[in-house]
Design a protein around this ligand. Structure first.
Ligand SMILES: [Zn+2]
Length: 159
């Protein structure tokens, strides 16, 4: 802005849109996550932990609906891509859409795996494996922790 000039009026009558600092929409401090999530959610989502197989809420769920990120609410997977892998965790053969999740090469624990994270808030979801011979369209298995997800059933969403 230049020096105010009382002779010019309403040059900038239209309010300029507020300029926010550019940052991803759901980035929070670890302290905020700690406060918002349960200890188990925090361990899996923010510390890349893994829930014990066959203990999670959704490993054997067949309810029609959409699975959201437990941390930020982004829609990540749907029941249409969920299949019975009998591995003890919810398994999907594809995410809801390209770009909803992101992938990180994970060589921890002496294994060579692809970690899957929420693209919106960067929380850990699980891992993706492929070529296992499941009769699905992609032959991929998104092996996702129940505690990383929140199922919104089609019945609830339709009201
Ligand atoms: Zn998220």
């Amino acid at each position: 802005m230049s020096t105010p000039d009382n002779t010019s009026e309403n040059i900038s009558a239209a309010p300029s849109p507020a300029v926010e600092p550019t940052s991803p929409p759901a980035v929070k401090t670890e302290e905020q996550w700690r406060q918002e999530l349960t200890p188990e959610e925090y361990h899996v989502l923010r510390q890349a932990g893994t829930e014990r197989p066959y203990t999670g809420e959704y490993w054997d769920t067949h309810t029609a609906g959409v699975y959201q990120c437990r941390a930020c609410g982004t829609e990540l997977f749907t029941s249409k891509e969920k299949f019975d892998s009998h591995c003890g965790w919810p398994s999907f053969w594809a995410p809801l859409a390209d770009g909803t999740v992101r992938y990180i090469h994970d060589r921890t624990l002496g294994m060579d795996r692809i970690e899957v994270r929420c693209a919106t808030c960067d929380s850990h979801l699980g891992h993706v494996f492929e070529g296992e011979g499941f009769g699905t369209p992609t032959d991929q298995r998104y092996c996702i922790n129940s505690v990383s997800l929140k199922l919104v059933s089609a019945d609830d969403a339709g009201q």
